[in-house]
Design a protein around this ligand. Structure first.
Ligand code: PMP
Ligand code: GLN
Length: 404
């Protein structure tokens, strides 16, 4: 038999799927995979249901329903002051994941270097490699998850084609500072590099922070590709509706990739997302305010239990240093025991590194009902008390983002 493609062959199942399966198997509270446990706004879902029944349910236009593309362009203006032409600069995709794949397929040539920042979201590395790119890794450093600007500058070479930036950042819960974003923008301009901006958590910033798309920085309007997701903005992660905003000369090849990856996205969901993006400002303010309250509930509880809680400025996720608990084993081992013994699923942060990962951080997802958060904290309380000196169990065998 001839070999199948080495990038995907042998890759393990994602850590999110693995932890969700374990959560089901052990009847655990699932604070692993990032999804809300309450579906998003009823009016948005109703528009989708009605559009499903009234139709049409045939192929929508390849770039997306005009009403959704117009709504995305209008959101860019309303929230960020970006002037976007919906016809030549906006495309709808089947989730941000498809958008990331399309963009990488469209922009990269074999041998192009792509700067990735660890801890990194799991699909980035295989998609960059499969598109022929060479990943160049940088790190943000806990506990503040700061970006070392000298290291950043050192990562740009004459072969750099793009930087892939996730802001706000999963799993770190980091919002890149104005200074960090300005440095990235300056380097992209100096080196003629594209920025692929995964901004799926753009409406989930806390403590009064405002999202600043890299695209809004000087010189970046033509170089940045901005990616959003209705999954996060409307708490409907299973819908897989994403959107890309980019200058016409970039969107054109991205659309060519999209036309052979999925071609289109279910029309009723597109109609509902268009409706949702038109909601009043208070919807978006409530979304981040209610998520911030959940963050506080989760982080306060974890801190009281002795977890080394790290700052969380946005996203669905809190990371904790577990060394403060004096537990045996690394993050993978601890997550395995936590799901089996405490009945709480979390995600080991080492899964977001390619190699030489720190093994003392665990990610908890807090976009859950208050009683679910409280229930998880109660289970963890009993478990943590029993822990010190507990024996090690068999390795979990979970996927990390994989070696290069
Ligand atoms: N990027 C990041 C950083 C994510 O956390 C996720 C997870 N939802 C995605 C992209 C994927 O978004 P979608 O479900 O719209 O494909
Ligand atoms: N983005 C989600 C997370 O970080 C996972 C999505 C998925 O399972 N692909 O938990």
């Amino acid at each position: 038999m001839k070999p199948t493609n080495p990038v995907f062959t042998g890759l393990q199942t994602t850590i999110f799927e693995t932890m969700s399966r374990l959560a089901i198997a052990h009847g655990a509270i699932n604070l692993g995979q990032g999804f809300p446990d309450v579906d998003g706004p009823e009016d948005v879902r109703r528009v989708a249901a009605e559009a499903l029944m009234s139709g049409p349910n045939q192929y929508p236009p390849m770039l997306g329903l005009p009403e959704l593309r117009q709504a995305v362009a209008e959101s860019n203006r309303r929230f960020y002051g970006l002037d976007v032409d919906w016809q030549s600069e906006v495309m709808v995709t089947s989730g941000a994941t498809e958008a990331i794949a399309d963009v990488l397929l469209a922009l990269l040539e074999p041998g192009d270097e792509v700067i990735l920042i660890e801890p990194l979201y799991d699909c980035y590395l295989p998609l960059v490699k499969r598109a022929g790119g060479i990943p160049v890794r940088l790190r943000v450093t806990p506990p503040q998850w700061r970006l070392d600007l000298d290291a950043l500058a050192g990562a740009f070479t004459e072969n750099t084609k793009a930087i892939l930036l996730n802001n706000p950042m999963n799993p770190a819960g980091k919002v890149f500072s104005e200074e960090e974003l300005a440095a990235i923008a300056r380097l992209c301009n100096e080196h003629g590099v594209y920025a692929i901006c995964d901004e799926v958590y753009e409406h989930l910033l806390f403590d009064g922070r405002q999202h600043r798309p890299l695209m809004a920085f000087e010189g970046m309007r033509e170089r940045a590709v901005r990616i959003g997701s209705a999954g996060k903005t409307f708490s409907l992660t299973g819908w897989k509706v994403g959107y890309v905003t980019a200058a016409p000369n970039l969107l054109e090849p991205i659309a060519k990739a999209h036309q052979f990856v999925t071609f289109t996205t279910p029309p009723n969901l597109q109609r509902a997302v268009a409706y949702g993006l038109g909601k009043q400002d208070d919807y978006f303010e409530d979304l981040s305010r209610s998520m911030q309250a959940k963050r506080d509930r989760m982080l306060g509880g974890l801190r009281d239990l002795g977890f080394g809680v790290l700052p969380c400025e946005g996203t669905y996720f809190a990371t904790c240093d577990v060394t403060t608990l004096g537990l045996e084993g690394g993050d993978v081992e601890i997550c395995k025991r936590m799901v089996e013994e405490a009945g709480v699923a979390a995600v080991p942060v080492s899964a977001f590194y390619v190699a030489d990962a720190p093994t003392n951080f665990v990610r908890f997802c807090f976009c859950k009902k208050d009683e679910v958060i409280d229930g998880a904290l109660e289970r963890l309380d009993g478990w943590v008390r029993k822990q010190t000196g507990a024996g090690a169990s068999a390795p979990l065998g979970v996927a990390s983002v994989g070696g290069d």
